[in-house]
Design a protein around this ligand. Structure first.
Ligand code: HEC
Ligand SMILES: [Cu+2]
Length: 347
């Protein structure tokens, strides 16, 4: 029989294990796969068992041998067996899955953070040092990496099959995922949430490098300004320092050390300040007024892009000790027309 070369190539590719089972390139991948293969195994055992019984019974109790059906009363032993064994299997899957879930969703505390902004139809990554990339993500091996992600428009989902990670990327809210890459190489990034016409083109590549290569990459692709430095400029140009100067007479609270602290709100509740809270405090100040302050902070909704908000959040996170806002920037700005304000939404 003659098989056309195209069909042959297709068969070879389809039968190729790497097409069916993507590479395991993260620390979590072998664990996810172990559970997956366990599920596959018990499914196959179930399939064979039920299939064999149907086949055997069909032959044994065929009409010629058993023309009249006989009533069989229940068997407690049999019923207990077919209840307890599947229950045990399902419980094993549940506990195993839950343990893995916690492992996947709790990043190690020493994880390095990279921001990802999704939009129709591209992925933008922002490294703490200010490196930006589109539809690409450079990460080192042997170091946990946390992605803090947000969408600028509709729902997306960030998926790296070789790392066995996938997480929804949602407008208006940070979501996180983490992984530790194990093998240098390039791996696919997919958007796995249908997000409009060019959804299938919302793809990219993770470039995993050795720690030395990664260091060289960050040095060669720096823009000279870290996210926190961009945020500092934005903080001055948006006039935040008018109220958050850190001085005793300031109308707004001193923001040094606010990240990671517990804030008492005017309504009596306490919140722990994380990235999401900082972002929301800028966009919806009236939603959670800090105790002891008047609700005078204006909303910045629609005035700062997601990238700008990331810069501001990183700047506020960097304010560990007391700070003095760059006085030079403010004064030079009031004298000049239209200063460069990175991250500000253009009207
Ligand atoms: C008109 C004065 C004013 C301006 C301008 C202002 N804020 Fe505020 N801000 C306040 C006050 C007052 C509070 C405390 C009451 C509240 O939570 O609304 C506050 C609270 C906050 C908080 C919550 C944390 C805390 O300690 O209460 C953050 C974060 C924050 N501001 C950031 C900013 C940023 C970033 C800007 C500029 C984009 C800015 N603010 C501009 C007055 C201001
Ligand atoms: Cu998408």
């Amino acid at each position: 029989m003659h098989i056309s070369p195209v069909l042959w190539q297709f068969l070879v590719k389809w039968l190729d294990a790497s097409a069916l089972f993507p590479q395991e390139a993260s620390t979590i991948a072998p664990y996810t796969d172990a559970l997956y293969f366990f599920l596959l195994l018990i499914t196959i055992v179930g399939l064979v068992l039920v299939g064999a019984l149907i086949f055997g019974f069909a032959i044994r109790y065929r009409k010629e041998r058993n023309p009249v059906a006989t009533q069989v009363e229940g068997s407690t032993l049999l019923e207990a067996t077919w209840t307890i064994i599947p229950l045990a299997l399902f419980l094993i899957c549940f506990v195993w899955g839950a343990l893995l879930y916690f492992r996947i969703f709790n990043p190690p505390t020493n994880a390095m953070n990279i921001y990802v902004v999704g939009k129709q139809w591209m992925w933008k990554a922002e490294h703490p040092g200010g490196q930006h990339e589109i539809n690409n993500l450079h990460v080192p091996t042997g170091r946990p990496v946390q992605l803090t992600m947000i969408s600028q428009d509709v729902f997306h989902s960030y998926s790296i099959p070789a790392f066995r990670v996938k997480r929804e990327v949602i407008p208006g809210r940070y979501s996180t995922v983490w992984f530790e890459a194990t093998k240098p190489g390039t791996y696919h990034i997919f958007c796995t949430q249908y997000c409009g016409t060019k959804h299938s083109g919302m793809i990219g590549e993770v470039t995993v490098m050795s720690p030395d290569d990664y260091k060289a990459w960050t040095e060669s692709s720096t823009s000279g300004m870290s996210l926190a430095q961009n945020g500092e400029r934005l903080f001055a140009s948006m006039g935040c320092n008018a109220c958050h100067s850190g001085g005793a007479a300031a109308r707004g609270p001193n923001l040094a050390g606010v990240y990671g602290s517990k804030l008492r709100l005017a309504n009596g509740s306490d919140v722990v300040v994380n990235e999401a809270y900082l972002r929301d405090a800028i966009l919806n100040p009236s939603q959670h007024v800090t105790a002891g302050f008047a609700p005078i902070m204006p909303t910045y909704q629609g005035q700062i892009s997601e990238e700008g908000l990331i810069d501001l959040v990183e700047y506020l996170k960097s304010l560990k000790t007391n700070y003095r806002v760059q006085q030079t920037l403010t004064t030079s700005e009031s004298n000049q027309a239209a200063p460069m304000t990175p991250g500000v939404v253009k009207p």
